[in-house]
Structures are given as C-alpha cells and as structure tokens.
Design a protein around this ligand. Sequence first.
Ligand SMILES: O=c1[nH]c(=O)c2[nH]c(=O)[nH]c2[nH]1
Length: 284
Amino acid sequence: MGIVLGPNRYGKAQVRVVHVVRDGDRHTLRDLDVRTALAGDLAATHLTGDNGQVLPTDSQKNTVYAFARKHGVASPEAFALLLARHFVHAQPAVRSAEVAVREFGWQRLGQHSFQRGGAETRTATVSYDGETARVVSGLTDLVLLNTTNSEFHGFVRDEYTTLPETTDRILATAVDARWRHLDADADWDAAHRQVREALVAAFVETYSRSLQQTLYAMGRRVLETRPEVAEIKLSLPNRHHLPVDLSPFGLDNPNAVFVATDQPYGVIEGTVGRDGVAPADGDW
Ligand SMILES: O=c1[nH]c(=O)c2[nH]c(=O)[nH]c2[nH]1
C-alpha cells in the first residue's frame, strides 16, 4: 500500500499586532491577532526536506508587521485581504492563502486612552486562490440574556428525562457567529456593525420556544437585512440559569433567584442560508 502526502498548509499563529494611528492628539487603535496559512507546491519540503519553496513562517510574521506599517489596518477584513493576496502573488509556489484575524475591542476613554472591551472579539477569515477572494466575517463571545420571553416544553420524554417543562425561563448565550460575504468588497466596519445589530435585535425581539428557534430567527434577520451576506453559521451555547429551590427555607421563588451553571452546557448550532446560493463549504 502506497503512502501519499495529503493536503497541507503552514503559517504563523498568534501574530499580535497593535497599530496606532496618530491624528494629531487624537489616536486610534486596532489590536489584532493574525494567523497565516499558505498552501501550494510544497511537497518537496515534506518528502525530502528541500526548503527551496518554503517562505519561513518567521517571514510571514514579519510581513504582517511590515504591512501594518505600510498599509495601515483599515479593518480586519481589509488587512487580511491585503496579506492573502500578497502571499499568493509574491510566492510562485503558494497557490492559496488563508489569513484569519481576531480583533480585540478597545473603548475610547480620551484622546489617547482606551479601555479594553469585554470578551467579545471580532473575526475575519480571508481565503484567496489567486483568482477569487472569499471573506467570512464573524464575532465570538457576544454574551446575551433575556430574563423572560423564553419557554422550553413539549420536548421528547424518555426514561432518562428529568428536565421540567418551563413556560418562563432565562435564556442566555455567548454568540459565536460567522457569516460569508457574496463579495470581497465592502465597508467592512459598517457591515460588521449592522450584522451585529441584526443579531442582537433578533435575540431581543424573538419570543423563544427553544434556543434553536432563536438561532434561526437571528440568522434569518441577518439575511433579511444584509443583502451582502450569503450564509451565516451560528453556534449558541445554552448558558443555563436554573431556579433555586428555596422551599427548604420556607421561601417561594417566582423566577427571582437562579444558579448560573457553566457546565455542562447545551450547544445549539446551525447554518442559515439563501435559496439559490450554493453552500461553499471550503470557504469556512
Ligand atoms: O432551547 C433549548 N433547546 C434544547 O434542545 C434544550 N435541551 C435542554 O435540556 N434545554 C434546552 N433548551
């Protein structure tokens, strides 16, 4: 039986780059974590150790810093597009590049003072094959909670089911969303803000009978309001808040006191797309 080299790629992870723009006294800041992954005619290094086609990951890291200086960081998507196109065009052996960016938010406190935002991070992944650039934007750890307008009942009951039915519960999640753009050209910051607003609005406004229903409502709202989005993938942990039994203390608990449990937790995942727009599994 023959042994063959399968798909492979290589790059640098966790390239942390902070870029400051000084507009007089007023500074702006972008704080990124960049990962590069290059693929192409790279069999030789794997099979014989011939590195003649290998752009070192150290050089890839240096390119990230040099590009921040030369081109600035207009947005995670724009920066990733520049880098992905550069690696493919500059290196004959590189046929495709994926550049993934996570952006950490900073809130302005003053002209040159900032406060790190919460856990929420913005993400962008660009893949480029020499012809087409594909852009997936996203966010992680957007923590949302409704104290009511959430039910969960009517579910399957088998011999292992103990979960009580509820017509009024807390619904909480940490949204992990990625959405694929139809085009590789946009006002990326505005587009991101608008998708985020649609996700939040749908979470707030949906009367939920399951987190699955909320997931679909959120994805649907994004596709209804943002024509540039082809498809969205959502992963929603169910951050359970269980009412505490206060009866041993002679107290009632009309949905006032909860224990917030962090494990185990449910995970509800799904993709919402458009009729007639083919899924592009390779883009994610
Ligand atoms: O919204 C929910 N969906 C489920 O599938 C599920 N399962 C569970 O135990 N609680 C919940 N809540």
